[in-house]
Design a protein around this ligand. Structure first.
Ligand SMILES: [Zn+2]
Ligand SMILES: [Zn+2]
Length: 330
C-alpha cells in the first residue's frame, strides 16, 4: 500500500506491507489524513520514531474478513466512517486502571510511538479507540477531530483545576492550527481568549469566528493574564508565556518540539506560576462542536493533495504560511 514512512528521513512508499489487525483491532481504510507539525518534528528526530507517520485521519472501517475474522457477527462499526483516538493503552496497569489510559507507560501512539500511523491507505486501531463520525460532518472537517480534541483538553484541564471562569483573562500564543483551535475551543467553552500570533492572515481565521486577536509585537501585557496557553511550536514560546502570565497564574504548554532550548525557570518560582502540560483530549466535545457548527475548521485547510503529489504536500506543510495540508487517499 501507499504510505509515508519516517525512518531517519522521509520516504514515500508504494509497496508498504498492509497492516494486519491484532485481536480487538479494526482495519481502517483511510480517506483523508492531515500532515501535522508533530509529523514534521518527528522527521527532524522527535521521539526517534520509525514507521508510518500520521495521526490525524478520517477513514472507513473495513468489514472483518479472512483469517483475522473469527468474529462471526457483523461488528457495529463495519462500513462506518470513523476517526480514532491515537493512544493504545495496555488496559491493565495502575495508570490504565485509574482512568489515565493516555499515560499508560506501555502505550503505543498512532504514527508517533511504536505503531504505524495514518498517512497510508490503511491503518489498524483498537475498536474501542474509534468514534463514528456524524453524517453532518464532512471528511474534510472530521480529519480535524484529533487536533480539535487536543484543543478541548485545555478547557477540560482548566475546569478540573477550577482556575478558569467567565471573567478569566486568557491568552493563546501561536496562530498555527493548534493555537487557533485552542482559542476557538476556549471561546466555545465561555472564555474570551486573546489569540496572539505573528501572521495577520492566520489570526483573521479566528477573528472571523469572534475571537479577539493581536499581533505579538502589539502585546504589552506584562504579567497580565490569568491563563496563557502556549501553542507556538517554538522553544521560545514558554519565555513569552512567562512574560505575560500574572503571579500565581497558569501556563498551559501545548507545544512539542524536537530541540528544546535552555530556559530560565526562575520566574516560575518567583511568581509561583502553575505550568500545566497538555496533550491529547476528549473526542466527544470535538465531534459535537463539528456537528453543531460551533467551530469552523474549513478555513484551516491549506490544501488537499492526492498521494501522487505527496512530496509537494510535505513541501507545502513546511511552509511558513501553512496551517493544514491534507493527503487524499479517496
Ligand atoms: Zn497532530
Ligand atoms: Zn496501561
Amino acid at each position: 500500500m501507499k504510505a509515508v514512512v519516517s525512518d531517519r528521513g522521509l520516504t514515500f512508499a508504494e509497496d508498504y506491507p498492509m497492516p494486519v489487525p491484532e485481536p480487538g483491532e479494526a482495519l481502517v481504510r483511510v480517506l483523508l489524513a492531515g500532515i501535522c507539525r508533530t509529523d514534521l518534528e518527528i522527521v527532524r528526530g522527535y521521539k526517534g520514531f520509525a514507521g508510518v507517520l500520521g495521526h490525524e485521519f478520517v477513514g472507513v472501517v473495513e468489514p472483518a474478513r479472512g483469517a483475522a475474522s473469527r468474529v462471526p457477527a457483523r461488528r457495529p462499526l463495519d462500513g462506518r466512517r470513523v476517526v480514532g483516538e491515537i493512544n493504545l493503552a495496555c488496559g491493565r496497569c495502575d495508570y490504565c486502571l485509574r482512568g489515565m489510559r493516555n499515560h499508560c507507560p506501555r502505550r503505543r501512539v498512532l504514527g508517533i510511538l511504536g505503531k504505524d500511523g495514518a498517512l497510508a491507505e490503511y491503518l489498524t486501531l483498537p475498536v474501542e479507540n474509534l468514534h463514528e463520525v456524524p453524517d453532518e460532518v464532512s471528511d474534510e472537517e472530521a480529519v480535524f477531530t484529533e487536533p480539535l480534541a487536543a484543543a478541548y483538553r485545555v478547557p477540560e484541564q482548566l475546569s478540573l483545576q477550577k482556575t478558569a471562569g467567565p471573567g478569566t483573562k486568557a491568552a493563546v500564543l501561536g496562530d498555527g492550527k493548534l493555537g487557533i483551535l485552542a482559542a476557538l475551543a476556549l471561546k466555545e467553552r465561555g472564555l474570551n481568549p486573546l489569540l496572539v500570533g505573528k501572521h495577520e492572515e492566520k489570526l483573521g481565521i479566528a477573528r472571523a469566528q469572534g475571537v479577539r486577536v493581536s499581533l505579538l509585537d502589539a502585546v504589552r501585557a506584562e504579567r497580565f493574564f490569568d491563563v496563557v496557553v502556549e501553542a507556538t511550536g517554538s522553544p521560545r514560546g514558554l519565555e513569552v508565556a512567562l512574560f505575560l502570565i500574572r503571579p500565581q497564574g497558569t501556563v498551559v504548554l501545548k507545544s512539542t518540539v524536537a530541540r528544546p532550548e535552555a530556559l530560565d525557570l526562575s520566574p516560575v518560582v518567583v511568581d509561583e506560576v502553575t505550568v500545566l502540560g497538555s496533550r491529547c483530549g476528549p473526542f466527544g466535545p470535538a465531534l459535537t462542536a463539528l456537528a453543531r457548527r460551533l467551530v469552523n475548521v474549513r478555513p484551516l485547510i491549506t490544501d488537499i493533495l492526492p498521494f501522487g503529489r505527496i512530496r509537494e504536500a510535505f513541501q507545502k506543510a513546511e511552509g511558513r504560511d501553512a496551517l493544514t495540508v491534507l493527503v487524499d487517499f479517496r
